[in-house]
Design a protein around this ligand. Sequence first.
Ligand code: HEM
Ligand SMILES: *[C@@H]1O[C@H](CO)[C@@H](O)[C@H](O)[C@H]1NC(C)=O
Ligand SMILES: *[C@@H]1O[C@H](CO)[C@@H](O)[C@H](O)[C@H]1NC(C)=O
Ligand SMILES: *[C@@H]1O[C@H](CO)[C@@H](O)[C@H](O)[C@H]1NC(C)=O
Length: 512
Amino acid sequence: MVLLEIFALLAILVLVFLLKLIFSWWISPIQRNHKLQTCGFQGPTPNFPFGNIQEMKKKNSVDSSSGSSKLTHDIHSTVFPYFSRWQNSYGKVFIYWLGAEPFLYIADPEFLKKMSTEVIAKRWGKPNVFRNDREPMFGKGLVMAEGSEWVHHRHVIAPLFSPLNLKAMVSIMVDSTKQMIDRWITQIDSGNPEMDVEREIVATAGEIIAKTSCGMKDENARKIGEKLHTLQMKLFKTTRYVGVPYIKCIEMKKTLETKKLGKEIDKLLLYVIETRKESKVKQQGREDLLDLLLQENQVDGKYGKILTTKQLVDECKTFFIGGHETTALAISWTLMLLAMHKDWQNQLRDEIREVVGDKDVDINVLAGLKKMKWVMNEALRLYPTAPNVQRQSREDIKLDNLTIPNGTNMWIDVVAMHHDSSLWGENVNEFRPERFMDDVNGGCNQKMGYLPFGFGGRMCVGRNLSFMEYKIVLTLLLSRFSFNISPNYIHSPCIMLSLRPAYGLPLIVQPL
Ligand code: HEM
Ligand SMILES: *[C@@H]1O[C@H](CO)[C@@H](O)[C@H](O)[C@H]1NC(C)=O
Ligand SMILES: *[C@@H]1O[C@H](CO)[C@@H](O)[C@H](O)[C@H]1NC(C)=O
Ligand SMILES: *[C@@H]1O[C@H](CO)[C@@H](O)[C@H](O)[C@H]1NC(C)=O
């Protein structure tokens, strides 16, 4: 008898679960899709519960070869083949579905401008699906925060990047780069001038961010760097079904692994922070971001609340993930571009000789490197290392005759806009740093067509740090070496959170 009751109970539970599944996998998304269509949006037909994910995973029949030997900067159809296809059918604004989550695809700067004048930074959300998925990486740090919590964190964190604070980081950046240069010289002396520049620079930038943001010593910095890297590969390398409800239960193994890695990273950082709190004596004159955050934490600031230790951990992780790879890849792509364009490599070297000469690199000297700034802008245009910007609406947004419903996710395709000839002209896919000579917008005919650091009040807080790091690393490298493309280089930009060379970036490095 009891057995029968248990059985009946189980049957009911299973039934309820199935009904829930049917609702969240089919009924609810079909209703939302209908609503979006009546709001005026088109797009590829979704198949629930996967939405358009299956089509996104299909390889491009033309570009499916593992990379091409032709070195073209026309990369949009390689890195986002599905968006490129859908643009042909639906234009520069359309709806596509990640599982049961609708995304508004935007590659039209005018549309973006209209929309962003309607919504202030504080009222923007970040897609819940990504927040959950990326929790082990970013936690609730600034990248993911919203509303008044975001305002509070942003006010505490933005001043950390003041010129005065950045100045204190110069010597750390110089030291780490010099160590890398020594390694390179040893390798070249041993008869191997081919360097995987991407791997080297990502490692050095990781070391720099670990020291400047959380004052970590080499051993801990390396451990955290490795773990975060593994985590990123786990999250972004395997097939992704983000947005499909209950997918985390179905991909249990992956979910548990990433959770575990996330916890281990938290534990390492927690240890760093706790020991720092206990050792009242500060390292002399060396204030890293964590020191500054802890100081802020002692006083009950303007915004009342102070950051908890867990919040500090999350911000440290966010600096690490947000800060090291984007900058390192910007430097790496630049070296590839300079290896292809010897004239610019020489021009930058001349500028360094003129502006820096024998002086120590410091923040004022670096400001004089104008051409290098154009080159950075142009490299981030052709190879935007943060290839997209994301938002989620937290209210209905009305634009002319369209309504974007509350809860709509947005995917702003920065790669597409940076390679759009209707915005930049016919030479859009050519490397021409001089576009930025007299125009911070590079001659783009739309104000929001150039977005390497995002837009509005949520624009990247760390950009001044990355300018400085970029200039220091390039100055030291270009004064010591010349760069040529290695015959082993396979040009295959791909997205794995950041825009990176799929098979590394081997260059032939020669001492000057
Ligand atoms: C070339 C280097 C970099 C690129 C291309 C880059 C790009 C971006 C982009 C596109 C965003 C999103 C903006 C938006 O949603 O509108 C962002 C936000 C952010 N970045 Fe960077 N970033 C770089 C370097 C750094 C560095 C060095 C740090 C810190 C050490 C950093 C920390 C952050 C943080 C904390 C946010 C979140 C800001 C907020 O939501 O208020 N980034 N970055
Ligand atoms: C909205 O208005 C624009 C022009 O103002 C028009 O081209 C477009 O077809 C309209 N869309 C809808 C859904 O009515
Ligand atoms: C938007 O939707 C969310 C979640 O469904 C809800 O909590 C929020 O109140 C809505 N916002 C507005 C302005 O209606
Ligand atoms: C970066 O530096 C410039 C000039 O020093 C300053 O105007 C700007 O506000 C800084 N930006 C950030 C995000 O700190």
